[in-house]
Write a protein that binds this ligand. Sequence first.
Ligand SMILES: [Ca+2]
Ligand SMILES: [Ca+2]
Length: 336
Amino acid sequence: MKTISIVIFIWLNVFHDVFSDCGCQKLNRKSPDMPTISGQVCQQRAQSAHSHYRDYYGELEPKIADMSLIPGGTVYVGTDKAHFPADREAPERQVKLNDFYIDKYEVSNDAFAKFVLHTNYTTEAERFGDSFLFKTLLSPSEQKDLEDFRVASAVWWYKVAGVNWRHPNGVGSNLDNLGRHPVVHVSWRDAVEYCKWAGKRLPSEAEWETACRGGRDRKLFPWGNKLMPRNEHWLNIWQGDFPDGNLAEDGFEYTSPVDAFRQNVYDLHNIVGNVWEWTADLWDVNDVSDNPNRVKKGGSYLCHKSYCYRYRCAARSQNTEDSSAGNLGFRCAKNA
Ligand SMILES: [Ca+2]
Ligand SMILES: [Ca+2]
């Protein structure tokens, strides 16, 4: 019995991380191990626990459309209860932030289209000629034809020619009915250019996480510790067996509209779930390479607790700057 317990203990501790991996951090263009990635409106709730924020708003009125003013100060980020130690979620630490604004929503296809219309910008996926697509968006025959273009350690990801933000769900797809959905297949550099055009910038990881936490320290999610308050879905993730049994009980098999799922008193939507979000930060502050990894936050519609429990405020992952995929987007921030 003791032997069995030891074996189980070792399995849980040694292999948990291995099998708890959606492959989101492997979607790097230059990696030989190519391709990771993934309602109804979230019930709007006044969170009485956030009264300090209302008090704060009494002093400083947010003046920027579709952005929330987030109070700075000394805040906690990270956690001492890391689920993925290799992701460097730990330790919890205090950082000082100035007040800042952050978009209430992930950047939508409509917004990105306006940027492209004004600037003639070409995304990196368009220049490279491909991007990473999740397997269920390919027919069985397409999957067969493209099996050599799978990410070896995350075989549900395919590098597909012709996929980019204009054709997010496959070469033959378009943006019909997706105007209010988050733009995807955008690289970190694309995101930086968009935010710059909008007079904004990407949030730092600490800013993103502080916004996510909604003024409440040490909670797993933007609203608290319970994944499904009142047994309701508050975010767009994966229900069912990954990667073939998406039950979409939250109402969405793929992306949800950017204004679905209001998640905290800062009026932020889809800050966890829906699409991963680029931040300004380097994964490794000492990385001086041409194409360093950047921190992304929030998890995506492909995340499930069994393999990618990364839709927590403290969770994090990374991709190289030039990477793009169907579950990776962004939102912008701005100095207050
Ligand atoms: Ca879902
Ligand atoms: Ca998100």
